[in-house]
Design a protein around this ligand. Structure first.
Ligand SMILES: *[C@@H]1O[C@H](CO)[C@@H](O)[C@H](O)[C@H]1NC(C)=O
Length: 286
């Protein structure tokens, strides 16, 4: 009998050891599910997007918002050109789950001015300055985004490297396959633009981003309705940088990570003129 007891003890001890070894070995894998590595610090990207009502608006905003859902630490400032905020944009933003600020300001266009988005982007900058003054971590990047452009996720990775102002190529813009800064020995030496190449900064709005703290350092920096078309980019950039001081990103401006795509104006039949008018669809949001 004592022999059997001893054997039982050995078996019990062996099993305990086995269970302990199992727990110990599987601990890191077990832990992984609950506590992840602390994520690397990512400065916030403030995307500023003016928008206006039109038939393709929801399609364009759906495409853009679903890109933005994949961007970490992103804050979308969307400004409607309207007297009041629309339900369409409000619902789209709510349903997106994105961090956003929804603003509106109606453009009262001067007769000769064709500039679009001036009042809307300035309203966003005013909001941003107030916001940054209230929060602890002011680090971030400001990017002016059209609602119908096409953005690779890579462009957001690039702009988080910015110290002051970063630049990169833009595809399909200004009558060219690609508009880009020219880089010599790691510095911007010129631009390849053919449309108004005499502009101080002949680049598209999608081709640069600005350190957000600079807007606190230069609170007077804003867009202007007084400048001729194509000069809005130069108008804002002149406050912060020079050609030589810009930081060439996207592998020294050799990669295209953003495209100035334009959504075609849809042509819809005038149903009143049809002999057999279709079923009414006014109650459907498109
Ligand atoms: C922006 O500038 C501030 C102040 O110089 C700096 O601390 C920060 O690292 C810069 N970059 C970003 C992305 O905020």
């Amino acid at each position: 009998m004592p022999f059997v007891n001893i054997k039982k003890h050995y078996i019990a001890f062996g099993m305990l050891l086995f269970v302990l070894l199992f727990l110990f070995n599987s601990k890191p894998a077990f832990q992984c599910q609950f506590s992840q590595e602390p994520p690397a610090y990512l400065p916030t990207i403030y995307g500023i997007t003016p928008t206006y009502s039109r038939l393709a608006q929801k399609a364009d905003l759906t495409r853009l918002s679903q890109t933005l859902m994949l961007v970490k630490n992103f804050h979308w400032i969307i400004i409607e050109d309207s007297e009041t905020k629309t339900k369409l944009v409000e619902n789209l933003l709510k349903e997106s789950g994105l961090k956003y600020t929804h603003l509106n300001v109606k453009t009262h266009k001067a007769k000769h001015s064709t500039a679009s988005g001036v009042e809307q982007r300035n309203a966003a900058l005013d909001w941003l300055k107030g916001h940054l003054n209230q929060i602890e971590d002011k680090k971030g990047v400001v990017y002016f985004m059209d609602d119908d452009n096409t953005y690779s996720l890579k462009v957001f990775d690039e702009m988080r490297k910015i110290k002051r102002v970063g630049v990169w190529p833009v595809g399909i813009v200004g009558g060219m396959r690609v508009e880009m800064p020219l880089v010599t020995d790691g510095k911007i030496s010129g631009f390849n633009a053919v449309w108004k190449p005499f502009r101080p900064f002949p680049i598209d709005m999608a081709g640069f981003a600005i350190n957000s703290t600079l807007f606190l350092d230069y609170p007077e920096a804003k867009f202007s309705r007084k400048v001729q078309s194509g000069f809005q980019e130069s108008e804002i950039l002149k406050y912060f940088t020079t050609k030589e001081a810009m930081e060439p990103l996207a592998e020294f401006c050799t990669k295209v990570y953003v495209w100035h795509t334009r959504t075609q104006h849809p042509s819809i039949l005038n149903v009143k003129k049809l002999k057999h008018p279709p079923v009414p669809d006014d109650h459907i949001e498109v």
